[in-house]
Design a binder for this molecule. Structure first.
Ligand code: OSB
Ligand code: MG
Length: 381
């Protein structure tokens, strides 16, 4: 069967501002709200694909920001999408390749093209990606809390909701004692810690002591751009290291696995530049027997839907951070919202990302809208 290629007619960048239900604190700072772009990519027949760029307002997690995303999309990536028809979404990352890094900007647009592609083919996105599951197990990430008492209460309610794995943020001074209390209260839960790069090899004695708590893994204990020290640390730990910040591509994943820098990889679509690269990392990890799971960036519904579709791939064998919409937002921008029942999400079977866009909610949160039309980009002869 032959399919006609996608000719993109119009691209809309909606900048949204949404307040989190509760502040979310990591070793690098506190989030109270999220600003991000919802990207609409429209073809000649009026089909629309949706993407979400996951960069934050400040360059704490990575160097990208909401503003750099706009600049890179508007001035470099959008013209490349208008350049020529697209036969398959895998071509998008290839076309973006001359632009260095800026993976979150790339992934936002690429995700919208994937959604559009799946809708045109009348396939759910997860099937277009090659996923086989009809439901996925998920965990939840809990931010640093002012007191251990408050943390224990939150863990208790998340465990009762049925989340399959609890992730706790740690930082120097809020680590060993805190984890010890949680482990004592919840001896049997699957529990892990995420340091977001807050330690160095000089903390090795402390990090070794965390082996006491039978953590499923410790995520990104050392520098955001390191794989050498992580390899040295992994040799000294029983607990598997999972890399987050250090992995931006299949090449990074190959090197980290070869060096022994980690035994598990957190795949975030935005951090690796899109679904195509995420799938490549997944396929390589499947071959190598490295478990992967899908990380989160405090996404609204569209980003969450992309994460769910990605998690349908076979090697996503560990629960990810894709928690229910309602644990982040008073009202999400998709309909229905993402629902988690006893730690399980049913993958939607409708075409594309599988959720409708709640236009009313989108307009409510939208603070700026820019429309780019293909004919304005045509090379004038
Ligand atoms: O390291 O995974 C991370 C939130 C913001 C920035 C980085 C991270 C996180 C989380 C929460 O852990 C993920 C989520 O619930 O979306
Ligand atoms: Mg992390």
């Amino acid at each position: 069967m032959t399919y006609s290629p996608i000719s993109i007619r119009q691209i809309t960048l909606n900048r949204l501002k949404m307040k989190l239900n509760d502040p979310f604190t990591t070793s690098f700072g506190t989030f109270q709200e999220k600003e991000f772009y919802v990207i609409e990519v429209e073809d000649e027949d009026g089909n629309i694909g949706f993407g979400e760029s996951v960069a934050f307002s400040s360059p704490w997690y990575s160097e990208e920001t909401v503003k750099t995303n706009k600049h890179i999309m508007e001035d470099f990536l959008i013209p490349l999408l208008f350049d020529a028809p697209i036969y398959h979404p895998d071509e998008v990352s290839e076309r973006f390749q001359p632009i260095r890094k800026n993976n979150m900007a790339k992934a936002g647009l690429e995700g919208a093209v994937w959604d559009l592609f799946a809708k045109r083919r009348k396939l759910p996105l997860y099937q277009a990606l090659g996923g086989n599951k009809d439901k996925i197990d998920v965990g939840i990430s809990i931010g640093l809390q002012p007191t251990v008492k408050e943390l224990l209460e939150i863990v208790d309610s998340r465990v009762n909701e049925g989340y399959k794995r609890i992730k706790l943020k740690i930082k120097p001074g809020s680590d060993y004692d805190m984890l010890k209390e949680v482990r004592r209260e919840f001896p049997h839960i699957s529990m892990m810690a995420d340091a977001n790069s807050a330690y160095t090899l000089s903390d090795i004695e402390l990090l070794k002591k965390l082996d006491e708590f039978n953590l499923t893994m410790i995520e990104q204990p050392l520098s955001h751009d390191d794989i050498i020290d992580h390899a040295k640390l992994q040799q000294q730990l029983v607990t598997p290291i999972c890399l987050d910040e250090s992995i931006h591509s299949l090449e990074d994943a190959k090197k980290a696995i070869e060096l022994g820098s980690c035994r598990i990889i957190n795949i975030k679509i935005g951090r690796v530049g899109g679904l195509t690269e995420a799938k490549r990392i997944h396929d390589y990890c499947l071959m190598k027997g490295i478990p992967v799971w899908c990380g989160g960036m405090l996404e609204a519904g569209i980003g969450r839907a992309h994460n769910i579709a990605l998690t349908s791939l076979d090697q996503f064998i560990l629960p990810g951070d894709t928690a229910a919409s309602a644990s982040y937002w008073e009202r999400d921008i998709i309909d229905p919202e993402v629902i988690v029942d006893q730690g399980v999400i049913q993958i939607p079977q409708r075409f594309g990302i599988g959720y409708d866009i709640n236009r009313e909610a989108l307009e409510y949160y939208c603070v700026e809208k820019n429309v780019f039309i293909e004919s304005n980009y045509k090379v004038k002869t």
